[in-house]
Design a protein around this ligand. Structure first.
Ligand SMILES: *Cc1c(COP(=O)(O)O)cnc(C)c1O
Length: 356
């Protein structure tokens, strides 16, 4: 039976022999070659894979890091965890704390997180504190609080988080038999791109793979500090999970980009939402807006002819979170109304609609 990322990749993780592992059997997520998108984008020589991290137990990749962070907190005898969150970290921290029998305190930017994520933190039993500020303000607060109060910080500045998250890179290599040419993912606080790069490099150093991917990150245009090389004081984007103006792992992400010969670019909210619809309507996959920055990025690179045409390419897009967490972007703006046909339950009326 599968028992989660720590048991599967224990040799690459720093876990005590007698440690009680806090897991929800996260990981081993759907890895799938897209059927319609490559030709729709004119990428005849490319295979595009998605890794759907939205199928983790709480619906995002944060669970990979949280199993490590909460296991280590528990190992060290901590009774409570704390985090700042754009939503998914709080959902994950709350769930893993519940499993471990620990308390969870989560600081969220007031009214700026998706309702599904807020519902998760509440139902898993966390103390939810909505602060009048953005994610960066909340993160500064929890870093200070964790220094003096009896709580363990489980944001990605906690190195155990990135250790857990690197297992996604291992899974991709184990499934493909090698690393892809491009690893494409959204960048917010920049922990995940750093974790993937760490994972690929460890496999490379251990001789399991013989080439490394180009790390290809995408930020939302209204929250693109790394792209613009400056702190963004008031980041704005529909992709709330990457609405971050001063990423904690900024330097690590830049190193991952440069060492891998990769890039970090921006995509607009329009491009993100278009990519979300494209992914759903062409491939049957519903990922949250931040996740779709990766697909939007591939669309953008395809349009700009940034992918090599003369060789077969493997492009892996990370879909970081589940679309069901944030349905308001689909049905909250009146868009849904013109997609729905209202009709009486009358056979003739309905058959007319089908025949149109
Ligand atoms: C956390 C998160 C991100 C951003 O990851 P970072 O490690 O902060 O760069 C992207 N997408 C989703 C869905 C997330 O939850």
């Amino acid at each position: 039976m599968y028992n989660g990322v720590i048991k599967r990749y224990r040799q690459y993780l720093n876990i005590e022999d007698d440690s009680k592992i806090v897991t929800m059997n996260e990981g081993r997520t759907l890895f799938h070659k897209l059927v319609n998108l490559p030709s729709a984008l004119g990428l005849k020589n490319a295979d595009i894979y998605i890794k759907f991290e939205g199928l983790n137990p709480t619906g995002s990749f944060k669970d990979r890091g949280m199993t490590m962070a909460v296991t280590k907190a528990n190992e060290q005898g901590s009774g409570a965890v704390i985090c700042a969150s754009t939503g998914n970290t709080s959902a994950s921290a709350a769930a893993y704390a519940a499993v471990a029998g620990m308390k969870a305190f989560v600081l969220i930017p007031d009214r700026k997180i998706a309702l599904g994520k807020l519902a998760q933190a509440i139902v898993y039993g966390a103390k939810v504190i909505a602060v009048d500020g953005n994610f960066d303000d909340a993160l500064n607060m929890v870093i200070r609080l964790a220094k003096t109060e009896p709580v363990t910080l489980v944001n990605s500045v906690n190195p155990n988080r990135l250790q857990g998250q690197k297992t996604a890179a291992f899974e991709i290599c184990d499934d493909l038999g090698h690393a892809p040419d491009y690893l494409v993912l959204p960048v917010g606080n920049a922990g995940n791109i750093s974790a993937y790069w760490m994972g690929f490099k460890e496999y490379y150093e251990n001789g399991i793979i013989s080439a490394l991917p180009k790390m290809t990150g995408f930020q939302a245009a209204g929250a693109a500090p790394i792209v613009e090389n400056r702190i963004i004081e008031n980041p704005e984007t529909v992709a709330t999970a990457i609405r971050i103006g001063n990423p904690a792992s900024w330097d690590k992400a830049v190193r991952a980009r440069d060492e891998s010969n990769g890039s970090i670019s921006a995509v607009t909210d329009e491009e993100i939402l278009e990519a979300q619809k494209l992914l759903a309507s062409e491939e049957g996959i519903f990922a949250e807006p931040a996740s779709c920055a990766s697909i939007a990025g591939v669309v953008k690179f395809a349009k700009e002819n940034r992918f090599e045409k003369d060789k077969h390419l493997e492009i892996v897009c990370i879909l970081t979170g589940n679309g069901l967490k944030d349905t308001s972007v689909i049905i909250g703006n009146g868009d849904a109304e013109d997609k729905i046909i209202h009709a009486k339950p009358d056979f003739d009326v309905l058959s007319q609609i089908i025949r149109q």
